[in-house]
Design a protein around this ligand. Structure first.
Ligand code: FE2
Length: 326
């Protein structure tokens, strides 16, 4: 089935096209975040200006005509309201014009599912780490087929925590990769480490690290904040694996691009003899390909909706989304 997917939950307007589970185009335009961060209305304006030409570019890249499109997916949530609306309205307009059904996709599930696909994982414990989210996930069949949240952050997502610290250090965007670069050659300084049961917290770590700016070397702070945050995430992930008797680990979301985190998870997998998988970085960053990928499964599974029933949900939780059964 030829399906187009639109993503605009945050700073990226992404358009992907899939055909039979294969991503054949994955185009995007990204709003450049300055020192002020993201102002939702401004980002939404950027998306509105770019939507038409990114859609056109994706179709050209895939070599398909609009009339060949058989279904549409868009990010229903979670995300920033004004931003989400751009993909939602674009999807509705396209669906009306082409007379095809729409699948509203959960952004977090899309990251997890595309990672399951590229990482060749069947039934993993999935660590989802992005700006706004940090969750340990597992697939459940009851009471409906979905990703349950086994553990999650009590306060902020690990990505936002690292971004905030990088801004406090006055590093250049992209902040996550700036911290990773600056962490090279750093030495470990003990920092607040909070894991409670399967959940974790990052605000104490951010506060203490910020207090130490100017008192400790930047490289040591960047290295230690990463080590501490990632160790907390890995502890919860490893415990989830053992509790749920799973033998595969996946990592997805923006922070999954971080090599130190991937190396730590790889080490856990190796120790237990488990499989570890992740997707290429273009799918860990926000993208339309993963939306199209999940939308195709949903449409084939009879989960398409008429245009009138396509809403947005800013706080759409991972565990509230029904997965298509394959
Ligand atoms: Fe994302």
């Amino acid at each position: 089935m030829l399906v187009i997917g639109l993503e605009s939950s945050a700073h990226t307007f992404g358009v992907g096209i899939v055909d039979g589970g294969k991503v054949i185009a994955n185009e995007k335009e990204m709003y450049k975040i300055g020192k002020t961060g993201m102002i939702p209305a401004k980002v939404a304006e950027f998306h509105s200006e770019n939507a038409a030409h990114v859609i056109k570019r994706a179709m050209q890249k895939a070599g398909v005509e609009p009339s060949e499109i058989e279904g549409i997916g868009y990010t229903m949530g979670p995300g920033l309201g004004p931003c989400l609306q751009v993909a939602q309205l674009s999807a509705k307009m396209l669906a009306k014009k082409l007379n095809v059904k729409i699948a509203p996709v959960n952004h977090c599930v899309a990251h997890a599912e595309i990672t399951r696909h590229y990482g060749k994982l069947k039934d993993p414990i999935m660590l989802y780490v992005s700006g706004g989210n940090s969750q340990v996930l597992a697939i459940e069949s009851k009471p409906f087929h979905h990703y349950s949240v086994i553990g999650e952050t009590f306060d902020i997502g690990v990505g936002n925590m690292l971004d905030s610290f990088a801004r406090n250090l006055e590093l250049e965007p992209a902040w996550g990769s700036s911290i990773e670069k600056n962490a090279k050659g750093g030495r470990y300084i003990p920092l607040p480490y909070t894991v409670k049961g399967m959940d974790f917290s990052f605000t104490g770590l951010l506060t203490r690290s910020t207090e130490l700016i100017g008192k400790e070397r930047t490289a040591d702070l960047c290295f230690s904040i990463q080590e501490t945050a990632f160790a907390a995430l890995c502890e919860a992930t490893e415990r989830a694996l053992l509790l749920r008797n799973k033998e595969e680990i996946g990592v997805c979301g923006g922070v999954a691009q971080n090599e130190s985190l991937r190396n730590m998870l790889q080490a856990i997998a190796k120790e237990h003899g488990y499989r570890f998988g992740f997707a290429p970085n273009e799918f860990n960053a926000d993208n339309g390909g993963m939306i199209a990928y999940v939308a195709e499964k949903m449409l084939l599974g009879g989960m398409g909706r008429p245009v009138s029933e396509c809403e947005i949900r800013q706080r759409y939780r991972t565990d509230g989304a029904r997965l298509a059964i394959r």
